[in-house]
Design a protein around this ligand. Structure first.
Ligand code: PNS
Length: 162
């Protein structure tokens, strides 16, 4: 069976992430979306919140499963018996970080391949960090995130706006 994992922080998931999930789900039988729980970072949304958000965003895609992981991605992929990692690639600025990550994962687990899907042209600029910043200052997030994420961001920053 043709399975892959699309890992990330998804803090929060943007329309760019959802676009990659939709497109990747068409080329594999099962797509795991791996939400990183990183104890050394303090994300805006808890891993539980991020998992719930992604479940909601992908509820129409039958072959997508949202999972949470900590530790090394390759260890988690091996546990799931997955040999393919999917990552979205935006502008050339992503390349160095993504290349380094793909090569590190290859070194750690030579059987695992990383495949890149180029971000759709209209979503190239999007990142979770930009979304968080725009939300923090109360800016418009139209076209960047789903309405449900917009509402979750509004709730997070309620009373905390600078
Ligand atoms: O959305 P992000 O933050 O760019 O995703 C990065 C992620 C989660 C894919 C990456 O940080 C990761 O895989 N972390 C798990 C730890 C790991 O395996 N590190 C070695 C490879 S970089």
């Amino acid at each position: 069976m043709n399975k892959a994992i699309y890992p990330g922080s998804f803090d929060p998931a943007t329309n760019g992430h959802v676009d990659i999930i939709y497109r990747a789900s068409k080329i594999v039988d099962t797509l795991y979306v791996g939400v990183l729980e990183n104890p050394s970072k303090t994300p805006l949304f808890t891993s539980k919140e991020r998992v719930e958000q992604l479940k909601c965003l992908t509820e129409g895609i039958s072959n997508v499963e949202i999972v949470c992981f900590s530790g090394l991605l390759v260890d988690f992929a091996e546990k799931l018996n997955v040999k393919t990692i999917i990552r979205g690639l935006r502008a050339t600025s992503d390349f160095e970080y993504e290349f380094q990550m793909a090569l590190t994962n290859k070194q750690l687990s030579p059987d695992i391949e990383t495949l890149f899907i180029s971000a759709s042209v209209n979503l190239q600029f999007l990142s979770s960090s930009m979304v968080r910043e725009v939300a923090m200052y109360g800016g418009k997030l139209d076209g960047m995130v789903d309405e449900m994420i917009k509402k979750a961001l509004e709730d997070k920053f309620k009373g905390k706006r600078v």
